[in-house]
Structure formats: structure tokens, C-alpha cells
Design a protein around this ligand. Sequence first.
Ligand SMILES: [Fe+2]
Ligand SMILES: [Fe+2]
Length: 260
Amino acid sequence: MNAIKIIQVSDLHLVMPGGALQGSDPLLRLEDCIADLNRHHGDADLVVFSGDLTDDGEPGAYAALATRLAALEAPYRLMMGNHDQRAAFAATFPDAAGADGFVQAAVDLGGWTAVLLDTHEPGHVEGRLCETRLGWLDGALVGAGNALIFLHHPPAAIGIPSLDGSRLAEPEGLAAVLRRHGNVRHLFAGHVHRRASGAWHGIPFATVRSTNHQSALAFSGPHRVSFEPPAYAVILAGEEGIVVHEQEFPCRQRGPFPGR
Ligand SMILES: [Fe+2]
Ligand SMILES: [Fe+2]
């Protein structure tokens, strides 16, 4: 089994070039993130962009993403989030979707398989995995060795009510597939714009910060944005197990970060 390094970058929320979101320029943040990845993680086996690539699905935002990705040295894969728009995404990245129209992939990394799921459901903030997508996963896990699953919406509740309401809907369907195979070693999600980790049905999971804006740790009340610095995850998997690091990266538009 190879020792591998996967980078997870999430929730870019790109708007049209020059635009701002929550007080920062998401495109500048992406550029800073890619520069940091090239500086420190050009050896990564895979960089996974786990959805909410854009804030509103504008074709110009996807076009900006495509040009910035051309500078990324490591191989990468893109995923869909609830803020994305399937048609606009496909117009810019026509090879990303499978024959069934969903943006899912199984990437063989030598003893490890990164399985990327598509939880985007038009018109819904929460995530969905329909029978078609779960059926694909069922097939992908056969002979996958040690599987690492990436999906935009966490299936697990993280104790923040304003976010838990929009996690993966009907997660028991996913749990049943995972139970059937028993070879999924870790789940990785985005969507919540903050780092959380734990176990779900006995399988470890982790979420990661956004490259743009974060969620406050609010155990009650409405959702609150926080201005903690952006970060990506560095996932190391090898013979003895898996470790997940959270790594902040330098930003030209640094702040001040007002804090929480
Ligand atoms: Fe997001
Ligand atoms: Fe999201």
C-alpha cells in the first residue's frame, strides 16, 4: 500500500472576477491557496476541490476557476456543492461528469481509492444521494481497496443546528452502502466552512474550512459567519493509518480577521 498525500480544498465560493463576498475576494484567496500548494505540496497525489466552487454558478466564475487551476502543479479533481450549477459547470468542465450526468469519480492511488461523490441537488441547500448515485458508489467500492470518500455535504451532524439542517439528507442510504463493503477508511466533507472531526457509524470523518469565509461555532441560534483565516486539509494515508492536518495559508488580502 502506497503512502499518499491528498489535499482537500473546499468552498471557494467564487464570484465574478473583481467581486467580493463576506468582505474578501474569493478569487484572490484561491490564487493564494494555489500558490501555497505549489510551494509546499507540489508532490501531492491529488488535490480535491470539494464543492461550492462558485457562489452562484456564474459561467464567468467557472471560467476564472479554470484559468487559475492551470497554474496548479499537482493533479486535481473538482466536485459539486449546493451553490454550484450543473449546466454552467459542465460547460466549462465538460469531462468532469460521467455518462449519468453526475460528477463522481474513483481515483486509484495505489492501494487507496479516492471516491468523489456528487451530492448537489438543484433547488436544495441540503445534499442528496439518489439511487443512481448510491448505485454508482456501490459498484465503485467493489475492489476499491482502502477507500477514502469525499462528498460536499457531511452525512454526520456536527452539533451546529444551522448547519446540521442542511447536511446530507437521508444519510442512512449512504450508511447502508458503506456497511455493505466495509472498506471505507475515512470520509471528508466540505459545506460547513469549519474544521470538525469525529466518527459516523464507526467511520472517521473530517470537514475543512473554506478558502473564503468560515462558520462560527454557534451551538444555538442562526448561522453566523466568522472571519477566521482560510485553510486547506493535508491528508496523509499510509500503512499505519490516516492523519489529517489543517493548514492555513498566507493571504494578500489578509485582514484584519476580526475573529469570531
Ligand atoms: Fe460553502
Ligand atoms: Fe455548501
